[in-house]
Design a protein around this ligand. Structure first.
Ligand code: KPL
Length: 332
């Protein structure tokens, strides 16, 4: 089985490294030519939480060269099943990148590759579907914890679960093949050591992951703390709870089946990934655009649609926007 991993961030390296370690053919497509070179020449360095390390060989390619891939039918002997794992943040999902992915999906053995989408937040599946109307899409939600240390090194900071399910209704030329290929994907992920499951209720799962991100991401970024430090302080924990309650109540009123143990799930993620900084804090620290509009912004849009109020989500969204324009320095 062949995998194209789009993005050499923490999740891209974790999934790419473990799949390659389990015998899959893996190409990691990166935004920087240098990272592609480093991965292709040295492989991915996978570190377990107890600091055990192994190096796995992968192919590293620069995403700008995607248009040079062979056209459909030009590559005899290709693997019969191929997945493109889209492991970049929502903020990096621009039309140019999606068109590159469309080219990758259309090349090779004539069998359309499924595109597996691992993004946080909501709204991305609809956007991807608009730009790639022909590609079979698989929505994915993962609670795996990973931290990238450098261009080649990733630490698996906490084991989680990954759910996958078909998105949309692209008519497939291969009928049943699609369902069986999703089963093969799950069993490949299992061989790579992931707890992976097929799901028929991906929308609810995505919203339940959204609830976790809507609490942890903006608050860790605003307080400049690790995921584990966030609930450790009583005032921060009260704020987490208030933001959780507002968001959960809104989702429920909008007809989403929220997890009855959702609050505990938020605390569990903080615990399992306690040494991590959230992706949003990472973005704020490096002056990059954050995913706030896809996370808390998504909740605000839903609230407006249902004529409901979302004052806390609005407040954290405004504060993160302000922080992005004027990053705080610790101790300032
Ligand atoms: O998904 C995450 C993120 O940082 O974006 C969490 C679950 C908060 C783990 O860090």
């Amino acid at each position: 089985m062949k995998f194209d991993i789009i993005g050499g961030g923490s999740l891209g390296l974790l999934f790419g490294g473990r799949l390659a370690g389990a015998g899959a053919g893996v190409t990691v497509w990166t935004r920087s030519e240098r990272q592609a070179y480093l991965l292709g020449s040295g492989g991915i360095r996978l570190r377990s939480p107890d600091a055990e390390e192994r190096i796995v060989r992968v192919d590293g390619k620069w995403i700008e060269t995607a248009h040079m891939e062979p056209e459909a039918g030009a590559s005899p002997g290709q693997a019969p099943v191929r997945f493109i794992i889209l492991a970049v943040k929502q903020t990096d999902l621009n039309d140019g990148l999606l068109r590159q992915i469309g080219r990758l999906a259309a090349r090779g053995d004539g069998m359309a590759s499924a595109v597996v989408c691992l993004q946080n937040g909501i709204g991305h599946m609809e956007r991807i579907q608009t730009v790639l109307p022909e590609a079979p899409l698989v929505a994915a939600v993962t609670t795996e914890g990973a931290k990238r240390l450098d261009a080649r090194t990733v630490v698996h900071t906490g084991s989680g679960r990954t759910w996958l399910g078909e998105w949309g209704t692209v008519a497939s030329r291969h009928g049943d093949t699609r369902e069986s290929s999703q089963k093969m994907l799950v069993s490949m992920l299992e061989s790579a050591g992931f707890a992976a499951f097929l799901s028929n209720d991906m929308k609810d799962r995505m919203y339940n992951k959204l609830l976790i991100n809507a609490v942890i991401n903006p608050l860790t970024a605003l307080f400049d703390v690790t995921n584990g430090e966030l609930p450790a302080h009583p005032a921060r924990r009260r704020l987490m709870r208030a933001l959780y309650d507002e968001s959960e109540c809104l989702l429920r009123q909008a007809g989403i089946a929220t997890d009855p143990d959702g609050w505990q799930a938020v605390l569990d993620v903080c615990d399992r990934t306690s040494g991590n900084i959230s992706s949003m804090l990472g973005d704020v620290r490096s002056g990059r655009r954050t995913e706030i509009d896809a996370i808390n912004g998504g909740i605000i849009r839903l609230a407006r649609q249902w004529k409901l109020k979302s004052p806390l989500n609005e407040a954290v969204t405004e504060l993160i926007h302000a922080l992005h324009k004027e990053p705080l320095t610790k101790g300032a």
